[in-house]
Design a protein around this ligand. Structure first.
Ligand SMILES: Cc1cc2nc3c(=O)[nH]c(=O)nc-3n(C[C@H](O)[C@H](O)[C@H](O)COP(=O)(O)OP(=O)(O)OC[C@H]3O[C@@H](n4cnc5c(N)ncnc54)[C@H](O)[C@@H]3O)c2cc1C
Length: 463
């Protein structure tokens, strides 16, 4: 191998860190470049009311065993926990000034129910839509490129899409169900659908059998700890992690790849892994941003804005909406989701002072008015939880903006760009390649690392 290092990884989010850990464990020399002043990317720690909490991802989907397996394989000093079992709620506004808060059905996959006639499904979509969904159109075509909304509407009816599938899709994936195909969102559900030929049968197989909320797991003390633990172990095993350095350009020649940093420094490596998120990947691979944005709903992907607030309203002590709410698109609210953090995670409740709660609001749009003062935040929490919340109940508020969190739908041009880059020794990992969420990002990053490090792939330099 030539160059200063075997592998250069651009981006120290969980994808880049996992590649670095695998590579360092296999004995490769690896350098990670991170533009931020800390590692973790969307696994980020914040401190509110004296407690460390997640400002980005706060759980992992159990649709794969990626997180527990990573922890077990590397004996990371982390404890997997399950959220409290009270189901999250769906908030809608059936009339002016009227609010409906209903528990989310226990057995659905992105809103596709295992049993459309279950009482908790009927309560949300109504009897007529439930009866329609119960008679699936089984001979409809199975098209992997059709949007989730189209596939579900054709087979199970429009009411289910409007009242359950679309709100859940927007909440979990920050994208409307009409913008993204099912295989990209949930490969396991798609595989079950292809095999059984039925969305209802697939949901019956894939939906968790246990009480609502247990489709996800967490880490005691917060998901940010996963990134920290992976980074520490990678460093212990020899990986070099440099923060505060921006990779500006990537090129390749017969001998390897070169990364040019913002200050002009150049790093040579046998191979590079781009783990930056969609915008950075487009820039480094030389694709115009529009290439990966072209199939998305908006030309520029929206930012995700979160507000995390300490709240002392006594009404929250009863966990009025379980672990939180998602809001139906038609409701007049400034937030599209609320997480009652200490209702969801026992470790957070144990760490907080008596009577203090932590609430996270996801703004409906980045610059939405309506969440710009403690008074507005109190009003929004009151609407969404049904509890009494006054301005004086609101303590510290931390605002977080994620500008590269929404992964655009795949386009053919982007797929080709990624394949061309791979042929030149430049590989892409992370949500932009694997789909959103740790359950997808981690196995993909591990698989790529193993592929790159396989004896036929890596010619190790004698040291
Ligand atoms: C608010 C929020 C909540 C979420 N909740 C969940 C959840 O509960 N469960 C779940 O599974 N997933 C969740 N996700 C999604 C999940 O966090 C992501 O899919 C995953 O963390 C993406 O990891 P990544 O490594 O691909 O990217 P990132 O975490 O974005 O990491 C990319 C890194 O690259 C760095 N970078 C970018 N450009 C450059 C450059 N030119 N040079 C050097 N460094 C660069 C960035 O600073 C960043 O640190 C959530 C995301 C957000 C934003």
């Amino acid at each position: 191998m030539t160059g200063e290092t075997d592998l250069v990884v651009v981006g120290a989010g969980i994808a880049g860190l996992v590649v670095a850990l695998e590579a360092a464990t296999a004995g490769a020399r690896v350098t990670v470049l991170e533009s931020d002043d800390r590692v973790g990317g969307m696994l980020r720690r914040g401190r509110i009311a004296g407690v460390d909490v997640d400002l980005g991802a706060e759980s992992f989907a159990k649709r794969t065993d990626a997180v527990p397996r990573l922890i077990a394989d590397f004996a990371l000093p982390l404890e997997v926990v399950v959220p409290n079992s009270g189901p999250a709620h769906l908030v809608s506004q059936p009339g002016v000034g009227r609010w409906s808060r209903l528990p989310l059905p226990r057995r659905t996959v992105i809103g596709i129910p295992a049993d459309p006639l279950a009482a908790d499904v009927v309560a949300i979509i109504g009897e007529r839509a439930a009866r329609r969904a119960a008679v699936e159109v089984l001979d409809a075509p199975v098209d992997p490129t059709a949007s989730l909304a189209d596939v579900v509407e054709e087979r199970l009816g429009a009411g289910l899409v409007r009242d359950l599938v679309d709100p859940l899709c927007r909440s979990i994936y920050s994208q409307p169900a009409a913008a993204v195909p099912l295989p990209r969102l949930h490969p396991k559900m798609w595989a079950a659908f292809e095999r059984t030929g039925s969305l209802l049968a697939a949901a019956g197989e894939v939906a968790p059998h246990a009480a609502g909320g247990t489709a996800v797991g967490g880490i005691m003390g917060g998901m940010w700890r996963l990134a920290d633990a992976v980074a520490s172990l990678a460093q212990e095993r020899g990986a070099v992690i440099r923060t505060g350095v921006v990779a500006e350009a990537l090129s390749s020649d017969a001998a390897g790849v070169s990364v040019v940093l913002a200050d002009g420094e150049s790093i040579r490596a046998a191979r590079a892994v781009v783990a930056t998120g969609p915008r950075g990947a487009a820039a480094l691979l030389g694709a115009p941003a529009s290439e990966i944005d072209e199939a998305a709903t908006a030309p520029i992907q929206p930012a995700v804005r979160l507000l995390t607030a300490a709240v002392t309203a006594p009404d929250l002590a009863a966990d009025p909406v379980g672990s939180g709410v998602i809001v139906a698109p038609g409701a007049h609210t400034a937030a599209k989701a609320l997480t009652h953090i200490d209702a969801k995670w026992a470790w957070a409740r144990a760490a907080l002072p008596e009577g203090t709660h932590l609430v996270r609001l996801s703004a409906r749009v980045d610059d939405s008015a309506g969440l710009d003062s403690a008074t507005a935040v109190a009003r929004e929490i009151a609407h969404l939880t049904g509890g009494r919340v006054d301005r004086d109940d609101i303590g510290e508020i931390v605002t977080t903006r994620w500008r590269d969190a929404v992964v655009p739908a795949e386009s053919e041009a982007w797929t080709e760009t990624v394949a061309d880059a791979a042929a030149r020794g430049i590989h892409v990992v992370g949500a932009v390649a694997a789909g959103t969420g740790l359950a997808s990002v981690i196995p993909h990053a591990r698989a790529l690392a193993h592929e790159l490090l396989a004896p036929t792939s890596v010619r190790k330099e004698s040291r």
